[in-house]
Ligand binder design. Structure first.
Ligand SMILES: [Zn+2]
Ligand SMILES: [Zn+2]
Length: 348
């Protein structure tokens, strides 16, 4: 059995920026899903900074050729015989990867840390820059039918990540003083909104003052401008309880130094390849906690959707482009200076 409609997709053939991403228009039918696979008609796919790292082959296990994209949303059009949690007609969005359900991390409910994940979208498995996507159901979560695909697409990698980092890993509570770097970015902007919603006082760190009004509109109480990433004054000076660093090497040491004694830093961004010279004594004597975050679980996505349902977040989309312009979309993201995601939409 095959599904009736064909597919078009984008292909990344080799690492680097010398050649364009190939757009392949095709009316070839996709085989019907088997086992726990789900076939999704893609409504939109976000273009994430990580897609640029995938393109550059920054992950040693990157597969080529591949269809990029780990931020897809759409409607289920067929399911394999072993699928339990979703059905035809459901609106779904992707997480970064599948989860085996059986390893120690999965048994502890930490599915985003699954050690046996084989279906890492855009790295090991074909992703969402396509009209149709096949993925195991454990890599998907249900979204409300009323949520636009362009918004649903980016929710996991931005709000899901920020929620996990701040709430699950960071222990965010009302009254805390929370610092967010890269606050105008996808994860950063989500972090500002979630921290504010849960009652924190929020310090936003930006590279460029022209984003200051935007992050204030998201809920930032204080804005620190740090053109080269380094900053000293975080107003208020008494120290940060919890920091979310979505930038990496340029901001990491300033962020660490901004913490109060016993403070916690969640690292989620690593936008440049540079390493960081770390003074271990500073961490030891001040009793700091540094933890890494990436992605979110279905349970965390349910919490994000509940918050969004209570009062909608600002899910910033800079622009949408047709799937055939994926190469241009990635180069726009690479050039930077956008407010929100670029989102690809398959042509009708
Ligand atoms: Zn992403
Ligand atoms: Zn697992």
């Amino acid at each position: 059995m095959t599904t009736s409609k064909g597919t078009s997709r984008v292909r990344l053939l080799e690492a680097g920026w010398d050649r364009s991403l190939d757009f392949e228009a095709s009316s070839e039918p996709l085989p019907a899903p088997t086992g726990v696979e789900v076939l999704v008609e893609v409504g939109a796919c976000g273009v994430c900074h990580r897609d640029l790292l995938d393109r550059e082959g920054r992950f040693p296990f990157q597969r080529f050729p591949i269809t990029p994209g780990h931020e897809a949303a759409g409607v289920v059009v067929a399911v394999g015989p072993d699928v339990r949690d979703v059905k035809v007609g459901d609106h779904v969005a992707t997480m970064h990867r599948d989860a085996c359900g059986e390893c120690a991390a999965c048994r502890a409910g930490e599915t985003s840390l699954c050690e046996a994940a084989a279906w890492v979208l855009g790295i090991l498995a074909d992703g969402g820059y396509a009209r149709r996507l096949v993925a195991p159901e454990s890599a998907l979560y249900r979204v409300p039918a009323g949520l636009a695909a362009t918004q649903a697409a980016v929710l996991h990698c931005t709000f899901g990540t920020a929620y996990r980092d701040l709430v699950t890993l960071g222990g965010l509570r009302g009254g805390m003083r929370v610092l967010v770097t890269g606050a105008n970015g996808g994860v950063g902007g989500a972090g500002v909104q979630i921290a504010k919603r849960l009652g924190a006082e929020v310090v936003a760190v930006l590279r460029d003052a022209r984003h200051a009004d935007y992050v204030r509109s998201l809920g930032a109480d204080h804005v620190v401008i740090a053109p080269d990433g380094a900053f000293r004054d975080t107003m208020p000076a008494s120290g940060i309880d919890l920091a979310l660093d979505s930038v990496g090497a340029p901001t990491f040491l300033s962020t660490l130094r901004s913490l109060r004694v016993g403070g916690r830093l969640v690292v989620v961004g690593n936008v440049v390849a540079a390493k960081v010279p770390l003074n271990l004594g500073f961490i030891i004597t001040r009793g700091l906690t540094v933890v890494g975050g990436s992605g979110a679980t279905r349970r965390e996505m349910e919490a994000v959707l509940a918050l969004h349902d209570e009062a909608p977040f600002t899910i910033a989309v800079d622009r949408t482009l047709p799937l055939s312009r994926a190469d241009e979309a990635q180069r726009l993201v690479r050039a930077g200076g956008l407010t929100g995601r670029v989102v690809l939409v398959p042509e009708p």
